[in-house]
Structure formats: C-alpha cells, structure tokens
Design a protein around this ligand. Sequence first.
Ligand SMILES: Cc1cc2nc3c(=O)[nH]c(=O)nc-3n(C[C@H](O)[C@H](O)[C@H](O)COP(=O)(O)OP(=O)(O)OC[C@H]3O[C@@H](n4cnc5c(N)ncnc54)[C@H](O)[C@@H]3O)c2cc1C
Ligand SMILES: NC(=O)c1ccc[n+]([C@@H]2O[C@H](COP(=O)([O-])OP(=O)(O)OC[C@H]3O[C@@H](n4cnc5c(N)ncnc54)[C@H](OP(=O)(O)O)[C@@H]3O)[C@@H](O)[C@H]2O)c1
Ligand SMILES: *[C@@H]1O[C@H](CO)[C@@H](O)[C@H](O)[C@H]1NC(C)=O
Ligand SMILES: *[C@@H]1O[C@H](CO)[C@@H](O)[C@H](O)[C@H]1NC(C)=O
Ligand SMILES: *[C@@H]1O[C@H](CO)[C@@H](O)[C@H](O)[C@H]1NC(C)=O
Length: 490
Amino acid sequence: PRPRCAALRRWPLVWLHALPVVVPAGLRRWLSSPAPAPRVCVVGSGPAGFYTAQHILKHHGGALVDIYEKLPVPFGLVRFGVAPDHPEVKNVINTFTQTAHSERCAYYGNVTVGRDVTVPELQRAYHAVVLSYGAEDNRVLGIPGENLPGVYSARAFVGWYNGLPENRDLKPDLSCDTALILGHGNVALDIARILLSPLQLLRKTDITDSSLAALACSKVKRVWLVGRRGPLQVAFTIKELREMINLPGARAVLDPADFTGLESAVKDAPRPRKRLTELMMKTALEKPVEMQAGAAAPREWGLKFQRSPLEVLPSADGSRARGVRLALTRLEGSGDSAKAVPTGDEEELECGLVLSSIGYRSLPLDPAVPFDSQRGVIPNSSGRVEGVPGLYCSGWVKRGPTGVIITTMNDSFDTAQSVLEDLQGGVLDASPFREGFGLVESILRSRGVRPVSFSDWQKIDAAEVARGKAAGKPREKIVDPAEMLQIIGH
Ligand SMILES: Cc1cc2nc3c(=O)[nH]c(=O)nc-3n(C[C@H](O)[C@H](O)[C@H](O)COP(=O)(O)OP(=O)(O)OC[C@H]3O[C@@H](n4cnc5c(N)ncnc54)[C@H](O)[C@@H]3O)c2cc1C
Ligand SMILES: NC(=O)c1ccc[n+]([C@@H]2O[C@H](COP(=O)([O-])OP(=O)(O)OC[C@H]3O[C@@H](n4cnc5c(N)ncnc54)[C@H](OP(=O)(O)O)[C@@H]3O)[C@@H](O)[C@H]2O)c1
Ligand SMILES: *[C@@H]1O[C@H](CO)[C@@H](O)[C@H](O)[C@H]1NC(C)=O
Ligand SMILES: *[C@@H]1O[C@H](CO)[C@@H](O)[C@H](O)[C@H]1NC(C)=O
Ligand SMILES: *[C@@H]1O[C@H](CO)[C@@H](O)[C@H](O)[C@H]1NC(C)=O
C-alpha cells in the first residue's frame, strides 16, 4: 500500500478532483503537501552523464537522478580514453564522485540500456530520460585490406592500453619497426606518444601491466602520422603537438617543403591555428639536435600531409599488413572547409602496423529513439530529442564524437537546462507517478541482471589503488569482469 499512498501525496491535485466534496482538514493538508520529487534517468556515466546529473541536482533542490552505465565501472572515456600519461585530466573524476555521493543521486553500473532495459521502460519509470551514452564504435576507412592482421582501430588500441574489458585481449603485434597512424587528431597523437614514450615515463602511470609488458618488447621505432589534408587542417592541438616534439629520445621529422607558400594563410588564420602551424614550421626548420651531436635518435616520428588511404597492402603470403597505398591529394577551397581531392598520383608506405584514428562513431540505442545514422547523432534541439517529449540527449551522442571534456560539460549543462525548464514548465506532468529504480529493479531482476552500485565501484577502486601502490602506479586497473565480481562479493 505504501507506493499508492506516496502516489496520492505526490500528485495531490489529480486526486483532489476525484474525491468527494467533504474532505477532513488533516487529510486535505496531507494531500496538498508540495509536489513530489521529479525522477530523472541518465544513460551513460561519462562526462556527459555526470555533468548533466550535476547541473540538474544543483539547480533543482528536489530532483532525484539515477545514472545507468553499461560497464560495471563509471566515468566513460575519462577512464578508458584519456591517455595514462595525462593524469591531471582525470581529476574531473573527483567532481563526478561528489555528484555520485549526493543523497539524491544513484549509480547503477553493469546495466546495458537497450538490452537489459529498454528506453520505453525507462520512460515509464522516470519523468525525464537523458541519453548520454557517447560514441562506442569507430568510423571505418572502407578500403581493401582494412581487416588484415596488423590493422587496428585507434579505439581498440586505446581501449587496450587503458584496460577496457572488451579490448583486453587485443595483443597488438608490435614486432615491426614502422607504424602508420591514419588521422591527424589528438587521438592519433596520443597513440604515437604511447608507442614512442620511454618506458620509464609510462611505468608510473595507470597504463595496464600487460600493455606495459607488450610495449617493453615493442620494436616500433618510427611512427608516421598521415592526414588527407594539409598542415592548416590538422585536428590536433598545440599542447599535444608540443608534448610530442619534446618527447625524450624521439626525433621529429617534418618536411619544410610541406609548409612553403603557407605564410600568408597562416598570418590570416585564427590565433590558435596560427600558433599551431608556426610550431610545426619551426620544428620542420630546426636541425635535429641528435644530428648535431653526431648520434641518431633511436626513435622518430613525422607528419605526412595530403595523403588519403586507398588500400592496406597485404604481405606476400597475404597473412598480414605490409604497408599502405595512398592517394596524393590537392586541396580544394581553403581553411577548415578545404576538401582533399585525389591528384591521380599514388604512393606506397611500408609499415607493419596500421592504426586507423579517423574518429569515433555513435550507435543507435533502441528502436524507440530517433537516430540520424548519416551524422551519427540523435536529432535534437537544445538536447530535447525531436518528437519524443521527456527524452533528452547530451555529449558525443548529441553533438558528434569531437570536443574535449570542457566542451562536453558545456553542452551537457545546455541539455540539463532544457530538462529543468520542462520540469518547471509542467511539460512533463502527463503521467504523474513514476517509480524510478523501483520499477527498473524488478525488470532487471526478472532478466537476471545484477547492477553494480557506486559503493561496489569504490571497492573496485580501492583494490585497484592498492594493487598499483606496490609498483608505484596510481592504480592497477582490473580488466577482468569476473575479478570485479569477486571483489564486490556478488
Ligand atoms: C582516446 C581519447 C582521449 C581523450 N582525451 C581527452 C583529454 O585528454 N582531454 C579532454 O578534455 N578530452 C579528451 N577526450 C574527449 C573526451 O573523452 C570526451 O569529450 C568525453 O568523454 C565525451 O563524453 P560522453 O559522456 O559523451 O561520452 P563517454 O565518455 O564515451 O561516456 C559514455 C558512457 O556511456 C556508456 N554507455 C554506452 N552505451 C551504453 C548503454 N547502452 N547503456 C548504458 N551505458 C552505456 C559508456 O560505457 C560510457 O561510460 C578524449 C577522447 C578520446 C576518444
Ligand atoms: N589531449 C586532448 O585534449 C585530447 C586527446 C584525445 C582526444 N581529444 C579530443 O577527442 C575528440 C576526438 O578525437 P579524434 O582524434 O578521434 O577525432 P578528430 O579530432 O575528429 O580527428 C579525426 C582525424 O581523422 C581524419 N579523418 C576522418 N575521416 C577520414 C578518412 N576517411 N580518411 C582519412 N582521414 C580521415 C580527420 O581528417 P579531416 O579533418 O580531413 O576529416 C582528422 O584528421 C577531439 O575533439 C579531440 O580533440 C582530446
Ligand atoms: C543537437 O544539438 C547540438 C547542439 O545543440 C547540435 O550541434 C546538433 O546539430 C543537434 N543535432 C540535430 C540533428 O539536430
Ligand atoms: C556553450 O553552449 C552554449 C549553448 O549551448 C553555446 O552558445 C556556447 O557557444 C558554448 N560555449 C562554449 C565555450 O563552447
Ligand atoms: C553483470 O550482470 C551480468 C548479467 O547481465 C552478470 O552475469 C554479471 O555477473 C554482472 N557483473 C557484475 C560485476 O556484477
């Protein structure tokens, strides 16, 4: 009987109309107490999910927010994307943890929305549902040889060194001396840096033990980063480029010829682009320090421009990649919107390892949710999913797979603002009483799914930190879900 009483209390107006005219004063007072707390559900526990939750909790004193996450452990790409040698970036986890500790916030890990519970089921349980499940797939090149052994997506490679359970058995073959990374974004630079970093720099990070062991045996000593457009169109940023240039024991190989004729375009470019290009030019013109000293650096990396991948070339026996065939391009138009058009000339580059770093991609979650498969985003206006009242989106699934954590924060606040407006504007009152997790719990139980709570995660967290301590690492990530299960005593 309790939930029914709660229902009466929570939505007094609805019931008052249905009651006989004479209502005892006490009952009337009880019935007209303030409206109940709205229940909001957030799907995904990356930056988008946590920042959306944070903003709603902060600006609505009564709202209750439940966060559902597919993996047992929280924080999305902050844990599984951000490079291990960028620990300062992961400090946002402290803010997310504070949010999770709010009395009005709950975390349910190990629940795959769209499989374990559907979006319509969540909509029945909550007044508002926010989809912030990120971009879990990657763009594909769509060229012959893409699936040969020796070719990996950046997403899988990053997942591997960061301990993402699904990529823990990737075991990339690092027995060749040359790697080729397709793409000129920050993820491409992350991978180049991890491949060429001195081991002692990685040892003290939270990179997984097994990937550290694999990197210790790596023969890779040369990394080419290949982009289809020119120096003025690179997608990476200056801080990340500078880190690469300053990497101990690795020499930058940039061709000054790639920058000839760009002077006036550089002058007119927006300031960040101008500084970034000037740094590349300066590096291209510098005499390598190692050459002056008469000793070659053991490792090197370089940027190659205006080369679009045509084919991954198989080795003679067809068993693995031996190189990439590239179309030389010229640029049509200028600035950010310039297009790469093949000139008809081609080039082959030898390499034993190919990493395709051309961007992530969101997937549709549930047939009940509109999805623009062309752009890989959920159609929305200010985070309101088009045509579905009460449904919202934020983060990479809303805007596409670009932008740093701060960008994602801003855009999540925008979505949260829409939710708040709709809650306050009475837009979401159609069916007043929602049971929240109470309803979802029974659905999950009937399907044999066991959610992981935030305090369960904190047990895993503590175990990881304890394991890392001996090796001087901030943590040793647990990559096996069965081991997580043991730690939380399920
Ligand atoms: C390799 C890499 C490195 C990066 N490094 C930096 C950096 O150094 N600094 C910086 O500022 N930005 C960095 N970024 C960008 C930053 O990670 C993103 O801006 C941000 O993570 C996007 O947030 P999101 O919440 O939309 O997606 P995500 O972080 O991907 O979070 C989505 C969450 O939803 C969960 N999920 C997926 N499907 C379901 C489902 N069906 N049910 C329930 N949950 C689900 C996922 O498991 C995940 O936890 C990096 C990105 C990448 C790819
Ligand atoms: N340290 C950090 O702050 C950090 C670290 C990692 C990631 N991030 C952020 O996370 C986001 C995602 O990064 P990302 O590197 O995955 O994506 P990105 O920045 O969009 O870069 C993708 C790269 O792939 C190229 N590309 C796309 N399709 C291609 C194709 N078919 N053939 C050849 N090249 C192709 C793009 O070239 P075109 O421009 O020609 O399309 C671009 O150079 C970015 O916003 C990034 O800044 C930040
Ligand atoms: C969803 O909203 C974002 C940001 O407001 C916008 O960039 C994107 O184009 C929108 N998507 C669609 C398909 O409307
Ligand atoms: C933040 O979002 C608002 C609206 O969503 C947008 O107008 C603004 O340009 C964004 N700011 C930044 C720094 O991204
Ligand atoms: C997650 O749920 C699955 C069922 O979907 C269950 O088999 C597994 O043990 C759960 N994992 C954890 C860590 O609780």
